[in-house]
Every structure is written in C-alpha cells, then in structure tokens.
Design a protein around this ligand. Structure first.
Ligand SMILES: Cc1cc2nc3c(=O)[nH]c(=O)nc-3n(C[C@H](O)[C@H](O)[C@H](O)COP(=O)(O)O)c2cc1C
Length: 381
C-alpha cells in the first residue's frame, strides 16, 4: 500500500498537511499563487478586516539572531549566527475586503485543489461589530474561500474588543464564533492567543460557539532588546516601541506546551499547530501531539518570501517519514496523529529513583498511600 500524504482536516481535503499561516507570505495574490506553485497544501490569507489600517513607520518585522561565540540575541546581523526568532508589530492587511474578493476568486480558479482559508477580524461586544464578522465571512465564502480563520490572536491591537483581546475573553470567543457560524457554510477555525493563563478555557468557549478547529499559536507578546551602544530599542520609531509578537524557533517549545494542553483537553477535536516550524522534525511534534495540519510563517518569510525550499523539504521529509514507518502500519497522518499526546503527564507521574520520597509537594500521611499510589490503586479497582 502506497503512503498517502493527503489529509482531511475539518472536512477539507489537503494534498499535504502544510499551510502558510496568515502573515506577509500570504498578503497578495502573486505570493499565494507562488506558494501554491511551490507545493503548499494550503494558505491562510493575511487577516482581512473592515477597519482602515495604517502601519508604523519603517520596518514592520525583523529577525533576531544569536551566535555561539557571543551568546548575544540581536537584530544585528553577525557572522556564524543562527535564527532565534522573528519580532513584528505589523497590523492586519491594509487592503480592504473589496480588494481581496476578486483575488480570492482568481486564486481558487487557478488552483481549485489547493486550500485557501480566509483569515478575518472585526471588533466585538455589539451587534454592529458582530455584523462586521458576518459581512467578512460571507464575502470570503462567496468569493470561494474553503474555510475561515477567526483572528482572536493578533497581539498588537489597542482596541479592547479586537484581536488577542477577544482571545482573552471566553464570552467574546463564544459569541463571535457563533455569529460567524450563523452565516457560514464552510468550516470555521479560531486562532487563539497564547497569552492567557489557561488556553483550554478559551478553546472550550470557541467550541461551544461551534468552532470546527482551534489554531495555536500566534506570536507571543514581547519587546525587542535595547541596543547597548545606542541605548535605544533595536526597532523603534522616534525612540518608542510597543509590545509586538515573537515567532520562529524561540517559541517552538512554548507553542508545543500550549498545544499539548489543548489536545489533551479535547482529544476528539481538530487542531492546527503553528510556531517555529521549518522542517519535519518540528512538524512531527505537533502531529504526534494531535494536530491535523501545521502552519508556517517565519521560516517561509526568510526563504524567498513564500518558502519554496521550506515546503519542498517538508514534503520530501514527510513522505520519507511515512515510507520509513510504512512497515509498522503508518500510511497516513491518521495512523500516528496524537500518538504521543498522552506522554505529557503530571510531575508526580514521572519515574524517579526513590519514588516514595516524593509526594508531589503534599505532606506524607503516615500509614496511608501517597496520592499517586492511591490514584493507581483506585484506577486498578
Ligand atoms: C510579520 C508578521 C505578520 C503577521 N500577521 C498575522 C496576521 O495578519 N494574522 C494572523 O493571524 N497572524 C499573523 N502573524 C502570526 C503568524 O501567522 C504565526 O502565527 C506566527 O508568526 C508564529 O509562527 P512562526 O513561528 O512560524 O512564525 C504574523 C506574523 C508575522 C511575523
């Protein structure tokens, strides 16, 4: 039996499970066309809104690097340095919805078998803003989008009713998702911010509103460093900076931890993983935790803007991985998806030399079993 690199995620068929995430690589028709030519299974468009967008002066995104010689983390280019992260304070697409509509149509006409998910964003908290979400959703689905991704995650919106401020509020998560589901005939994914205490709560709220999948992570709130020479932030306008978003390799382990929480809480639901992916080794961690697709931004931005080499490598490595494990019955993602999800356990459940000496921080009660032993006995009964 030949291996099958395709996946079905939330009812949408993908040629491969690799998508470009909502960001500069998907900000234009020509970029998206090039991305499909290069082999990406899908794209999520740069987030489309109804409110006018004006970005800050100068650079909207920069890359931080580190080197073994100096151990510095800096936006300054240095020899022998390796990528640490991306940092951005870019807002959503500055192009209006009527600019996007004909382009979505043309892209889908040219690539009917590739998946285009439209990322959308509006405000919340009143009927007018909920109607804005519905307007955007209907415009994108009528133009031919295969699915919608609701941006509850952009970390640099000042408005309290937008972006990650929605993703921090369970009620808003539910209400907005429900409003979009009322008008959508296509799957609805919610992209959550990682900047909350317990992402499981907001994910639950989205699912209650009818979400078909949760997408995580967007960038983590962060500041650039202060340059020891100039004493200014490495990226600033007139000396000022605001909290921006960290992406790339630096966020990979943190994004995986968020994903493990999500997939353990909702093992039967659908998840798309993002954060620090540039090859199969990283994508594999997301798949084995339970993700049905993964998305890529930073590494694609650094590879001819849309990641032709990144997707070539991902596709080759993914096929080789399936072929390597074919004998053990893994022919497609469904055969191993989530297979390491249950390996993330409580501290007290990790084996240690003198197990009876560790009581998970609880007082030992003489004559009684430790909580872990008591749990085991209870489970065995
Ligand atoms: C410059 C830049 C712009 C971005 N714009 C958006 C956006 O409009 N909508 C969105 O949902 N995420 C946006 N993101 C977040 C990415 O889609 C992605 O979630 C994040 O960068 C983590 O993935 P990575 O580690 O592969 O970069 C942006 C990221 C960057 C670097």
């Amino acid at each position: 039996m030949a291996v099958d690199c395709g996946v079905n995620f939330t009812g949408i068929q993908f040629e491969n499970p690799f998508l470009l995430s909502s960001a500069p690589p998907t900000e234009s028709e020509s970029n998206i066309m090039r991305a499909f030519e290069a082999g990406w299974g899908g794209v999520v468009t740069k987030t489309i809104g109804l409110h006018p967008v004006v970005n800050v002066y100068g650079a909207k995104a920069k890359f931080m690097r580190t080197s073994p010689e100096t151990a510095a983390v800096s936006m300054k280019k240095a020899p022998n340095s390796a990528l640490h992260s991306s940092w951005n304070w870019e807002l959503i697409s500055d192009k209006p919805i009527d600019w996007w509509e004909p382009r979505i149509r043309r892209i889908k006409d040219a690539f009917p078998n590739r998946v285009l998910i439209a990322s959308i964003m509006a405000g919340s908290g009143n009927d007018k803003e909920l109607h804005h979400w519905q307007q955007l959703a209907e415009a994108c689905q009528n133009a031919g989008a295969d699915g919608l991704e609701l941006n509850f995650s952009c970390p640099h919106m000042d408005r309290k009713d937008m972006g990650s401020n929605i993703g921090k509020d369970q009620v808003l998560c539910s209400v907005v998702t429900e409003a979009v589901k009322e008008v959508s005939r296509i799957p609805v994914w919610c992209k959550l911010t990682p900047a909350t205490a317990n992402i499981v709560l907001e994910a639950g709220a989205c699912f209650r509103g009818g979400a078909d999948a949760i997408v995580s992570s967007n960038t983590f709130p962060s500041l650039p460093l202060i340059d020891p020479e100039t004493l200014d932030f490495e990226i600033n306008v007139d000396g000022f900076v605001s909290s921006g978003g960290l992406g790339g390799p630096a966020i990979l382990p943190m994004a995986l931890a968020k994903m493990a929480q999500l997939t353990q809480a909702f093992p039967d639901n659908s998840f798309s993983g993002i954060g620090g992916i540039s090859d199969m080794s990283q994508a594999l961690s997301y798949f084995m935790l339970g993700c049905g697709t993964v998305q890529v931004c930073t590494s694609a931005m650094l590879d001819h803007a849309v990641g032709p080499n990144v997707i070539k490598r991902l596709n080759e490595q993914y096929k080789a991985f399936l072929e390597k494990h074919e004998a053990s019955g893994w022919n497609s993602l469904e055969d191993f998806r989530g297979s390491r999800r249950d390996r993330v356990v409580l501290q007290s459940q990790i084996r240690r030399p003198g197990r009876s000496d560790y009581n998970a921080g609880y007082e030992m009660v003489e004559g009684y079993a430790t909580p872990a032993e008591a749990d085991a006995e209870e489970a065995a009964r």
